[in-house]
Design a protein around this ligand. Structure first.
Ligand code: ATP
Ligand code: MG
Length: 594
């Protein structure tokens, strides 16, 4: 059975049992009003459904199932083992106040073991864990009884505590016990006591393949304060891991999901190594999915994760002397998923990946040159201090510097890590002091023309969104008394007509002499009011929002420290002087007020 068939079987199994099949949400999370979203990407199937699990009725009903794209950067260092990927698909079924433990467990078991409708896995290779209980919450004997009624013997049911079998999304959230299913990937384990099971889990001989959560309690300040009025079921099963079990393999990379990629990498590298080749395959797949979901490489937030994935995979590719075409791999990835994820974009993936690769290879070359130069000294040893300085003055990240030093076979000091950390700490303290000083004297020193450019920057941002679309996001901005510079996400060069429309719109708003008003509010209020800005944890709790135009004339609303003009009337005439690429997927405009 291929992974495509497994996905289909899962969805139709639950469709037959009254579930509406919902499409996968984007990997990129969306901020929902009134809800602070602190992850950059969807990391589980339940994540796009949080508001429904909290009680909001779902338009498709109270039984749902999906296969959700997930990205987990917390697992990045585990990639290369048998079971952890950064990108994976999570199969899941949900009950929103409808069925509960009985049906949930029964269906999980049936889907895993039924030959006709499910996966036909061997029940003799299945083990389950249930919640051991804590404080006032009893151990989950109900789940034990249901498992036993299905034929899972008592000695294959293990109790685990809240680290593994208690689910919650934070201090104030629904919570509840879970039961997890494990599969013997070796086929040789048989009966085990709990210690034997834990050891097998440690060795990855048994692998967690499914997790059923029973959301039954309300938690406040980290403790359970009562039961939920609506009890939900939330399940998650990794498609890739289940495929390992179904196809009788020992790891994810031997399944139909990865075997083609791994084979290609193997045939096209002269220094093949399993772990590095797995990193190449996994990270490249994540990158393709991220790019297709609209992420561009950059130095902040999501873009930075993408950049790191691309850089890591290129380093791994160099380590195994990969001489194939990354583009072939991208094509293979897209071909194998396009039937399910129709937004996968070959052109964009190739182009953005290639640009980023070229850029990174240049950075490596510079790093190589620099390290070669300084390592010519006799008895040279690479210290944490040297790498720290290279990072601060050339922007050469420490992992890349170490990678280059390995390529150049340089000697590394034995206390490297300690030295590096202590230099980092010193530097941070110094730059903090610098920032404070700048802040004291800083903004007050802004000249009148610079203040005008601040306001013009907001107007340009809004005009670009109106002319090009709401995908336009500020990526950077810089103001001197001579000009403003503005970097923003957009895939292609602006046409002359687009530039003209942007200019005209800004000039129209200057002419309307709109009032500029500053209001202080909380980040949540700012977000709800539709203000632009980065809703990360960078901002203090209370922020200033600058609004250009009043009532039904509001043109722009943005979180900003200021300062700004009081009204737009006397700013001059706005002209775009230059429009060029800044980095992959990011354009740069330089503009003046004449
Ligand atoms: P583990 O402890 O093995 O890392 P987990 O407890 O983090 O797994 P859950 O959060 O319960 O996993 O996610 C539900 C399911 O998603 C798991 O049963 C597994 O099948 C799958 N899964 C989780 N993390 C990954 C990953 N990094 N790569 C592939 N599949 C995963
Ligand atoms: Mg788990």
């Amino acid at each position: 059975m291929t992974h495509d068939e497994i996905r289909e079987r899962f969805l139709s199994f639950f469709e037959k049992r009254g579930h509406a099949i919902i499409p996968s949400a984007s990997l990129v999370t969306t901020d929902q009003p009134g809800q602070t979203n602190n992850t950059l990407f969807n990391t589980a199937g339940m994540q796009p459904l949080i508001s429904y699990l909290m009680g909001e009725p779902h338009p498709e009903g109270n039984r749902l199932a999906s296969s959700q794209k997930c990205l987990r950067t917390v697992d990045i260092d585990d990639v290369g083992d048998n079971t952890h990927l950064t990108f994976f698909e999570m199969l899941g079924n949900w009950s929103l106040g409808d069925y509960f433990k009985d049906d949930a467990i029964k269906w999980s078991y049936e889907f895993l073991t039924s030959v006709e409708e499910g996966l036909g896995l061997d029940p003799k290779r299945l083990y389950v864990t249930v919640f051991a209980g804590k404080d006032d919450i009893p151990r989950d004997m109900e789940a034990v009884e249901i498992w036993e009624s299905l034929g899972v013997p008592e000695h294959r049911i293990y109790f685990r505590d809240s680290k593994d079998n208690w689910w919650t999304a934070g201090e104030n959230s629904p919570a509840g016990p879970s039961t997890e299913m494990f599969y013997d990937m070796t086929g040789e384990l048989g009966d085990m006591d709990q210690a034997g099971f834990e050891a097998a889990d440690e060795r990855q001989d048994v692998v967690e393949i499914w997790n059923d959560v029973f959301m039954s309690y309300r938690q406040e300040g980290g403790s359970v304060v009562g039961e939920l009025p609506q009890k939900n079921v939330d399940t998650g099963s990794g498609l890739e891991r289940v495929t390992v079990a179904v196809q009788g393999k020992r790891n994810i990379y031997e399944t139909t999901i990865f075997s083609g990629l791994i084979e290609y990498i193997k045939e096209n590298s002269t220094n093949y190594n399993e772990k590095e080749s797995r990193i190449v395959a996994d990270h490249l797949k994540s990158s393709v999915f991220l790019i297709s979901d609209g992420v561009f490489p950059s130095n902040t937030d999501r873009g930075y994760i993408l950049r790191r994935l691309i850089r890591r995979l290129i380093m791994s590719g160099r380590k195994i002397s990969f001489f194939g075409e990354y583009d072939d791999l991208i094509e293979m990835i897209i071909d194998s998923y396009i039937n399910v994820y129709k937004n996968l974009d070959k052109l964009k993936s190739s182009e953005i990946f290639e640009n980023e690769k070229i850029k990174f290879e240049k950075a490596i070359e510079n790093g190589v040159r620099e390290l070669q130069k300084i390592s010519k000294k006799e008895n040279f040893v690479l210290t944490g201090e040297i790498v720290s300085v290279l990072e601060q003055s050339y922007g050469l990240p420490v992992d890349v510097a170490l990678f280059i030093s390995d390529e150049l076979k340089l000697e590394k000091s034995s206390d490297f890590q300690k030295e590096y950390e202590s230099y980092q700490k010193d530097h941070q303290e110094k730059s903090k002091a610098g920032a404070e000083q700048k802040f004291k004297g800083g903004l007050a020193g802004d000249s009148e023309i610079e203040i005008k450019y601040h306001t013009a920057t907001h107007m340009l941002n809004q005009a670009l969104r109106e002319v090009l679309g709401n995908h336009v996001m500020q990526k950077g901005s810089n103001i001197t008394p001579e000009r403003l510079r503005f970097d923003f996400t957009h895939g292609e060069k602006l046409t002359d007509e687009e530039k003209k429309r942007v200019e005209d719109l800004v000039n129209e708003k200057i002419e309307e002499d709109l009032i500029v008003e500053k209001t202080e509010m909380t980040i949540d209020q700012a977000r709800e009011s539709g203000a632009l800005g980065v809703f990360g944890d960078k901002y203090e709790d209370v922020v200033s929002v600058y609004q250009i135009g009043k009532d039904d004339e509001v043109f722009s609303k943005e979180i900003c420290g200021g300062p700004h003009v009081e009204s737009t009337g006397k700013m001059g005439i706005f002209r775009i002087k230059k429009e060029e690429a800044s980095s992959a997927g990011v354009r740069r405009i330089k503009a003046v007020l004449e």
